[in-house]
Design a protein around this ligand. Structure first.
Ligand code: NAI
Ligand code: 13P
Length: 334
């Protein structure tokens, strides 16, 4: 039987444990807090992160990373992007030689501007054939309610991607394989930033034309960065690109969208942080995405706008005016 250890018993880690278990994979969640782990182990629920969801009894939980990793075919990582490196440094010595490392994380590391698969490779020394990514329009609450969704499992090694696909393919979760890890990771990280912009627009009451324009031009700047980094531009038309971007920009379940809406309706960043509380990756990753774009000479006006509002104290209305006043251009991506 295929065995998976999920590190990070939060919103998405817990929902993904359900996906794996329903696909017939032996699954153990590894969390930091005994109170969370005990409720999963004894009551099959994680109400702090997924209220109202009953987990299959086959999902186990522990606070012991070594025990969780014993015989694991897959180590699934679902901690916040900015804490992956320090966590992985502790876990690396415990990882069995054949285990495939799978990132569910949608962010870019501050300072290094690395994608999560790059952080994994650097910290563990594991090669690209054993590092995979799962990314797509997968809001945890909807997945946990077993509403049908598709996703992408990406790995440089197609055979490994197919093994992972099989491990998480269920009646309601349909993963497609892709070998473009760069494109899938960038799609996931940048959509959080565009999701903040869409939330801001909603908070300002701007309507659906504005939202559609943000989604479309947001995708154009994501693809522009992707191409500069060696991604396949078609990836951005797929589930890890357009699919995830649409879900995040449309859904009130998205934390990034909610955070943006609070900013757009006049709340401060501190107030939005206080209100949303859970991991909102775009808030930090907007700065690293912009830095990455600058290092590669890529223009990302929407990401710049979000950074100005979130980190530089500029008002959404002032930044909107600046965006609309940019010089007229051709629609071409490049
Ligand atoms: N929630 C969702 O719908 C989806 C989330 N994601 C991505 O999954 C990742 C995790 O997000 P969520 O599960 O939603 O976040 P969350 O906030 O619900 O859970 C994060 C987990 O990481 C642990 N954690 C927090 N800080 C930590 C630290 N410093 N060191 C070690 N562990 C730490 C927490 O205890 C918790 O178990 C993010 O990158 C997010 O973008 C991807 C797809 C869907
Ligand atoms: O990545 C997600 C859906 O695929 C979740 O988005 P949020 O992190 O904005 O909630």
């Amino acid at each position: 039987m295929t065995r998976a250890a999920i590190f990070g018993a939060g919103n998405w880690g817990t929902a993904f444990s359900l996906v794996l278990a329903d696909a017939g994979t032996e699954t153990v969640l590894c969390g930091r807090r005994a109170s969370v782990v005990d409720r999963i182990e004894q009551e099959h629920q994680n109400p702090e992160y997924l209220p109202g969801i009953l987990l299959p009894e086959s999902v186990h939980a522990t606070t012991d990373p070594g025990a969780a990793l014993e015989g694991a075919d897959f180590l699934v990582l679902t901690v916040p992007a900015q804490s992956l490196r320090e966590s992985l440094i502790r876990w690396a010595p415990l990882i069995p030689a054949q285990t495939v490392l799978v990132s569910l994380i949608k962010g870019i590391e501050l300072g290094t501007c690395m994608r999560m698969s790059q952080v994994i490779g650097e910290v563990t020394g594991v090669g690209p054939d054993r590092v995979a990514v799962v990314s797509g329009p997968n809001l945890a609450q909807e997945i946990a309610e077993r509403h049908p969704a598709a996703s992408v499992v990406a790995c440089a090694d197609q055979a490994v991607a197919e093994r992972l696909q099989k491990a998480c393919h269920s009646t309601y979760f349909r993963p497609y394989t892709n070998t473009d890890v760069i494109g899938c990771e960038l799609g996931g990280a940048v959509k959080n930033v565009i999701g903040l912009a869409a939330g801001i627009a909603d908070g300002m009451g701007l309507g659906d034309n504005t939202k559609a324009s943000l989604i479309t031009r947001g995708l154009a700047e994501t693809a522009r960065l992707g191409v500069a980094l060696g991604a396949d531009p078609y990836t951005f038309a797929g589930l890890a690109g357009l699919g995830d971007l649409v879900a995040t920009c449309a859904s009130p379940l998205s934390r990034n969208h909610r955070f943006g809406r609070l900013l757009g309706s006049g709340h401060t960043v501190a107030e939005a942080q206080q209100e949303v509380r859970q991991t909102t990756e775009g808030v930090k990753s907007c700065a690293s995405v912009l830095e990455l774009a600058r290092r590669h000479g890529v223009e990302m006006p929407l990401v710049e706008t979000v950074v100005a509002v979130v980190h530089e104290g500029r008002s959404p209305r002032e930044m909107l005016a600046a965006l609309m006043a940019r010089s007229a251009k051709s629609e071409s991506l490049y």
